[in-house]
Each structure stands twice: as structure tokens, then as C-alpha cells.
Write a protein that binds this ligand. Structure first.
Ligand SMILES: Nc1ncnc2c1ncn2[C@@H]1O[C@H](COP(=O)(O)OP(=O)(O)OP(=O)(O)O)[C@@H](O)[C@H]1O
Length: 481
């Protein structure tokens, strides 16, 4: 069965729908809200810190479900790409794998070495250096800072392997592109409305923690840890498919003509057709332990090395529901490894139960209120309490961005223990095949999650402590053996 998908970083609405009878295949499409790159002036672009302002474009295009924001095909935005076009004299575009605020990602056939690659084509802009590929090369042992003797054998398989980096020049500027290992898709896509079998959930959690441990041990904070950025490898036989066999198996690309609302012809800034991304993977319930072994932690666009660069809380771009609270309450303080641990805690919860621990489409005030409900007000740091409890009239002193206790009625969220029972166990019980956690294991999971979700970053477990925790040692890591 073939799935088309959406895949932006920030999606507030999910809608399952649309059967395309012409292709006689089920597809899932989700309309989304995108957050656009911000332009500073006519000649340069900011790193996209997501404002909803458009680029210079005033052109409106007819809405197409499940594709990237079309008005971002403009100066400082996406590069217009068509199926079958060839990049860098080598990479023939086969289908689309996804898109985010910073890039579009394509499946391409490397015609030189006859294999499939994922090509990430960044938005254009002077302030977007080759940061992500450089970090990935350093991490995977092939970068400029890597030891000379680094070989395939000692490269780490939990981060994408970069094959090539190049620029393409187009009507919207110069775009950094890189090719890397293609994957089935993200855990988020696999788990939409579904549960991983219990052994697989344990193994995925363990493998993700191992990946984070690897990244931290190399001196980097990932900075954008959530399930959309956790991919699963394709089987090694995938490369054996010719493009024709690929099309027979996965269908033709799902393309929709782009049209302008004012009916004028398209400019060269925008492609003639939009392509709905293709999901190459399976559903969560069909995952087996081997899939967990193929986990890849991707999207290092927000990664940084705390030893050599400062990333302040206010510059943190991870979705709010996964964002460590110090980024909100101490926006002028540098972030470090503990912010990844918080996000890893929320990711592990989601792997186990498919549900978010803190809801995704809420304001930051409501999300912090949920964190306090779930983790206990007695654990909330006293020094943040003053900001949290300030009155609405006190908001004009430049700290409006710091969360404030919501006024008015709101639904209180259950404690961590009750939330686990209500949102994870009950749900798993309904789907018998998924399996539920016994009491002793539940206690160990909750102990670990509590240690990862400490409000104060300095009190949070380190990744080594996470890997040495009772749950990891007794239940999760053994599933990887
Ligand atoms: N190697 C890959 N194989 C298959 N799909 C991929 C691959 N890399 C990325 N994708 C898909 O594309 C989506 C966006 O990728 P990614 O997060 O790297 O882009 P981005 O522009 O950096 O996004 P963000 O706005 O989150 O920073 C992913 O969620 C995933 O669905």
C-alpha cells in the first residue's frame, strides 16, 4: 500500500483523507500551516526563524493540499524542481520525500553510481552556510575535523551519511544542496494514529537514546529532537530497483498543476507542478525489531556545539510542545545538552503511546500550564514562579515572550502517572496486539521520564544516566540485542 504524506516541521491540523482512485492507492494528506523564512532586505535573507510574513511575493497561488507553501517559491525561498530534472549533472529527481521550513527533500537516482539518494535542497540565502552538512560530516567521521583514518567501518550509522554537497543556482538564488541516505520516512509518519508493538517501541526508544548519546559524545546538541526528525532506513535491496521498477512499485509522482489566482502565467520562480511527498515506509503496527536498528536521527539544521557557540533560549526553534522550559523562562541564557534530554523525554513518551505528553497546537502559556499539571507545581522552580504568576498588566516590560499563567477556565491535565495510564496504557490495551507495560516496567518508565523532564536543566538526567536507567538496562536496550 502506498502513502502520500505531508511533512512540514510545524503542522497544526491533521486531516486524513483523499483516496486517489486514478492511482487506486490509499494516500494520506494533511493540510498544514507553514512558517516562512523571513527576509531582511532585497539582497540577503535571514536564517529562517519562521515568521508568517511572505517573501517579496504578492502573487497568490491556488491552494494545493499536502504540499509546501507555494509563495515561498521566490527570492530567498525554495528552488523550483521538476520530476526528472537532473541536478549537478548527476542526480535525476524521481519523487518528493518531504519538505520543511528550510528545504525540500527529493528522492533522486544518482546516475553515476546507480543508487538512490535523498537530495536536500535548501532555501537560498547568504546566511545559510553549509552548516548542516559540515556538522553531519564531522559526526559521521568524514568531516574536516574528523580523524584522518575515518573509514566506512567506523562511521556512525545513526546519523545520515552525506555523499555530496553542491550548490544549484536558480531564479530564486543559490541553494546549498546535499545528498544523503534516503529513508522510509519519519517515526511521526509511521505512528500517525497507530501504535508500535511493545518490543519495537522499547527498541526504538533505546536506539534513539543511543543516537543522542552519540551526538552528545561528539560535543553537539541536536536542538530539534522530535519524531519528524527520526527516520528509518530503507532495506538495502532498495537500490536494486530501476526507476521503472520503482514507479511500478510506488506509482507515478503525485503532481498537481500550480495556478495563480489572478490567472496570469507562472514566472520561472515557481515550478509548473507541485509534488505531494511520498511515504515509502510502513505503519507503526507493522514495524519489526530490525526497523529499530535502522533508526537515523536527522535534520541537524539546529544543531550546535555548546563548547564553541552560544545558542540562547530565545533562538530555540523546536516546536513548543517539545521545547525545554528554560528556553522560555531564561531566554537570554545559553542552551546546552539538557534541552535535548527534555525533548528526548517527550519523544520517548510519544514512541510508547503515540500520544503527545503536552499538546501540540496550544499557546506556550497553555503548554507550560500542562507541564505544571503533569509534573507537579511543587517541582516548578521558584525563580520562574514570579514571571509565571505576573499579572497581564505587567506585560509591558519587554518580557512578554516569557510564559504567563493563563487566566480563565482551563482543563487541568492529569499527573504523569495518570497520564501514562490514561493516554498510553488504556490506548495500548484497546489494541491488544500492541501490548501493555506491566507494573514494574511502568514504574521504571515513569521514573526515567521524571528524571528527563525536570524543570531545572541542571537537575535533568544526562544521556549517560538515561542509558544507565533501570528501564533502559532491563527493558529497552535488551530489545536491541
Ligand atoms: N533522508 C530522508 N529520507 C526520507 N525522507 C526524508 C529524508 N530527510 C527528510 N525527509 C522528510 O522530509 C521532512 C523534512 O526534512 P527536514 O526536517 O530535514 O527538513 P527541514 O527543512 O530541515 O525541516 P525543518 O523545518 O524541520 O527544519 C522530514 O520530516 C521527512 O519526512
Amino acid at each position: 500500500m502506498l502513502w502520500r504524506k505531508f511533512s512540514p516541521a510545524f503542522c497544526y491540523h491533521h486531516r486524513v483523507a483523499v483516496r486517489d482512485s486514478q492511482l487506486a492507492q490509499s494516500k494520506v494528506r494533511f493540510p498544514c500551516v507553514y512558517l516562512a523564512p523571513r527576509r531582511v532586505n532585497n539582497n540577503s535573507c535571514f536564517h529562517p526563524q519562521f515568521s508568517t510574513t511572505s517573501l517579496r511575493s504578492t502573487i497568490e497561488y491556488r491552494w494545493i493540499d499536502g504540499v509546501e507553501r507555494l509563495d515561498l517559491y521566490d527570492f530567498c525561498g525554495y528552488h523550483p524542481v521538476m520530476i526528472d530534472s537532473v541536478l549537478h549533472n548527476r542526480y535525476r529527481i524521481v519523487d518528493k520525500l518531504g519538505f520543511g521550513g528550510y528545504s525540500t527533500i527529493w528522492l533522486a537516482r544518482d546516475e553515476t553510481v546507480k543508487r538512490y539518494v535523498a537530495v536536500k535542497i535548501g532555501i537560498s540565502g547568504l546566511s545559510l552556510p553549509r552548516r548542516e552538512p559540515d556538522i553531519l560530516r564531522t559526526l559521521s567521521g568524514s568531516g574536516p575535523q574528523a580523524p584522518r583514518a575515518a573509514s566506512d567501518a567506523n562511521r556512525c550509522p545513526v546519523v545520515p551519511r552525506i555523499f555530496d554537497v553542491f550548490d544549484v543556482h536558480g531564479p530564486n538564488g543559490t541553494h546549498t544542496c546535499y545528498t544523503f541516505t534516503p529513508a522510509q520516512g519519519s517515526l511521526k509518519e509511521a505512528s500517525f494514529s497507530r501504535l508500535f508493538p511493545i518490543q519495537v517501541a522499547r527498541a526504538l526508544a533505546a536506539k534513539l537514546a543511543t543516537a543522542v548519546s552519540f551526538v552528545h559524545s561528539r560535543g553537539f546538541v541536536h536542538g530539534d529532537l522530535h519524531l519528524r526528525n527520526v527516520l528509518v532506513k530503507l532495506p538495502s535491496t532498495f537500490d536494486e530497483l530501476s526507476v521503472q521498477e520503482f514507479r511500478e512499485k510506488f506509482g507515478e509522482p503525485d503532481t498537481v498543476p500550480i495556478t495563480r489566482v489572478d490567472e496570469k502565467p507562472l514566472t520561472s520562480n515557481v515550478p509548473a507542478q507541485a509534488v505531494v511527498p511520498l511515504y515509502l515506509g510502513k505503519k507503526a503496527q507493522d514495524f519489526i525489531l530490525a526497523d529499530a536498528h535502522g533508526l537515523i536521527l536527522s535534520d541537524f539544521g539546529e544543531a550546535f556545539s555548546p563548547a564553541t557557540e552560544q545558542r540562547l533560549g530565545r533562538d530555540c526553534n523546536i516546536p513548543l510542545a517539545k521545547r525545554a522550559p528554560e528556553a522560555l523562562f531564561d531566554p537570554n541564557e545559553p542552551l546546552s545538552y539538557p534541552s535535548d534530554i527534555w525533548s528526548l523525554g517527550t519523544a520517548i513518551w510519544e514512541i510508547l503511546g503515540m500520544k503527545f505528553i503536552f499538546s501540540e497546537s496550544e499557546t506556550q502559556d497553555e503548554i507550560v500550564a500542562q507541564q505544571i499539571d503533569v509534573l507537579g507545581s511543587h517541582n516548578f522552580p521558584k525563580n520562574w514562579g514570579e514571571q509565571w504568576e505576573r499579572l497581564s498588566e505587567e506585560g509591558n516590560d519587554g518580557n512578554d515572550a516569557i510564559p504567563r499563567q493563563p487566566v480563565g477556565d482551563r482543563e487541568t491535565w492529569p499527573s504523569l502517572e495518570d497520564a501514562f495510564e490514561e493516554f498510553v496504557q488504556k490506548y495500548r490495551r484497546k489494541r491488544e496486539a500492541a501490548g501493555t507495560f506491566e507494573d514494574e516496567e511502568t514504574r521504571a518508565i515513569l521514573h526515567l521520564i521524571r528524571g528527563m523532564l525536570k524543570f531545572q536543566p541542571e537537575e535533568r538526567l544526562t544521556i549517560e544516566e538515561v542509558l544507565r536507567s533501570e528501564w533502559m538496562v532491563k527493558w529497552a536496550l535488551p530489545e536491541l540485542k
